[in-house]
Design a protein around this ligand. Structure first.
Ligand SMILES: NC(=O)c1ccc[n+]([C@@H]2O[C@H](COP(=O)([O-])OP(=O)(O)OC[C@H]3O[C@@H](n4cnc5c(N)ncnc54)[C@H](O)[C@@H]3O)[C@@H](O)[C@H]2O)c1
Length: 444
């Protein structure tokens, strides 16, 4: 479809040359402010926190939050996980219905570590109850959910931090600042490499574990027999509950792509996706390997694909071969490329692109070096956090648009201002999903 245009002479040359600088440049390290002293608020100044969704990530987030606040309540629809959470967070009161948690008058903050299909309903209820929210990414299940959530957070004056924590990593910030200050010239292209998803199945149904409220776990989604692989952790590989690695990892790397392009309150104007490996019947439904081409209104192209060198050169195995890149983001322009990923991976086609300091009047991006600390600072100051609700919504939307194009198997035209598909009723019908009764916005 659009393979040829992605393998540019520039990227071939740079792979051969391997002129990469992997450490952060000295001028940037020197420019960082000294670390602020850790806050030592007196106990009655520490916000009261509840964890809703006590899986791996929610528990991790709540442990980070304990530095700044006290976890007074935990909530899960799986009694085993709830029991474990009460051991992690001594003295926290257990709940199985998030609405009761949100209603606690003494509560200040909700940490939302539920699966993606529950994020918005929990977030809306928390905001409605006057709580601030740290919500895991991808912020939403549908674009319509995001529009509703942005409106609810803005009109209520609550703080919402999206858990796309790469925003609070100085290496990603540096890459985006360099790009935003024209280090590559006018950006022509961005590539995001996302990990390949699971390609497994068919799966067998099983009796619902006695500790699990399977009906409530499924929430707004259409009910099915219990299949263990649909539930904890691997829910992200089913369209019903998530969008595969497109949304799971896209909420990180596509988020950084938008930040570097300065389009994190906007979106693309066209989306063309292709499933590379079809799911196994009766197995995970989200595409494990795919490619999506986005185009923005200024002509910038964004290629989002799985982890092999230059996208689809040399086959897609999910494991990077020699000289290939792992997951991450690469910005490209007439002056070269800059690649950034986790673990302080920062590389460029020419080391001078990184080593030349930015001038004192350069554009500075919102700086945060600790995502959870930034959230608690916002709760106190009432100023927006680094990954506010609109940014979380727009980053999730970019991923959802990719998923919709994959699912429809065709090109889509998007109006990022109106957040509509002009003249495309079929795609417009997929901006939201039918909710299974009694789960609804009205039930909150
Ligand atoms: N920021 C990151 O780097 C990062 C990393 C991993 C996961 N995540 C995100 O965190 C979220 C959770 O992922 P996980 O791997 O911890 O999943 P998980 O399946 O291990 O945990 C989710 C928990 O939520 C519970 N739950 C489901 N519905 C609920 C409801 N209505 N009320 C209360 N609890 C409910 C489940 O029983 C489960 O215990 C996902 O959205 C995922 O994308 C983010």
């Amino acid at each position: 479809m659009f393979h040829q245009s992605t393998v540019t002479p520039l990227s071939r040359r740079t792979f051969i040359k391997a002129a990469a600088a992997s450490a952060l440049p000295a001028w940037f390290i020197e420019s960082l402010p000294a670390r602020a002293e850790e806050r030592t608020d007196s106990p009655n100044e520490r916000p009261k926190v509840a964890l809703i969704g006590c899986g791996g990530m929610g528990t991790f987030d709540a442990k980070l939050a304990q530095k700044f606040g006290d976890v007074i309540a935990v909530c899960d629809v799986d009694k085993d996980r709830l029991e474990k959470a009460t051991q992690h967070f001594k003295g926290a009161k257990p709940f199985s219905d998030f609405r009761e948690v949100c209603d606690l008058p003494e509560l200040d903050i909700v940490i939302n570590g539920t699966p993606d299909h529950w994020h918005t309903l929990v977030n809306l209820r928390a905001v409605k109850s006057g709580k601030d929210v740290y919500s895991e990414k991808p912020l939403t299940l549908t674009i319509d959910e995001g529009k509703r959530l942005v409106e609810a957070v803005k009109s209520s004056g609550r703080i919402l931090q999206t858990g796309s924590q790469q925003r609070s990593d100085k290496t990603f910030r540096l890459a985006c600042e360099l790009v935003r200050n024209g280090r590559l010239g006018k950006v022509e292209r961005v590539r995001t490499w996302l990990p390949t998803g699971l390609h497994e199945g068919p799966f067998k149904t099983a009796p619902v574990p006695k500790e699990l409220n399977w009906d409530m776990w499924q929430g707004q989604t259409q009910t099915t027999d219990y299949v263990p692989e649909r539930c904890h952790r691997t829910f992200r590989y089913w369209w019903d509950y998530s969008g595969g690695t497109m949304t799971d990892w896209g909420a990180h790397h596509n988020d950084i792509a938008l930040w570097g392009l300065g389009k994190d309150r906007s979106g693309p104007v066209s989306i063309e996706g292709e499933i590379v490996v079809q799911p196994i019947p009766g197995g995970y439904t989200a595409a494990s390997q795919y490619r999506v081409k986005y185009v923005y209104d200024d002509g910038v192209e964004h290629f989002c694909h799985n982890t092999t060198a230059n996208g689809w050169a040399g086959g897609v195995t999910g494991k990077p071969g020699p000289g290939e890149k792992y997951h991450g983001i690469q910005f490209e322009g007439p002056k070269g490329w800059i690649y950034v990923s986790r673990g302080d991976k920062l590389e460029a086609s020419d080391s001078s692109l990184l080593e030349t300091p930015l001038p004192s009047d350069a554009i500075k991006l919102y700086a945060s070096d600790n995502h959870m600390a930034n959230f608690f600072e916002s709760v106190k100051s009432r100023k927006p956090p680094i990954c506010d609700v609109e940014i979380g919504h727009r980053s999730a939307s970019l991923c959802h648009l990719g998923v919709l194009s994959l699912r429809l198997g065709r090109k889509l035209t998007w109006d990022p201002g109106m957040e509509t598909f002009p003249g495309d009723a079929e795609a417009a019908g997929m901006l939201s999903r039918e909710m299974r009764k009694p789960y609804s916005y009205e039930s909150l």
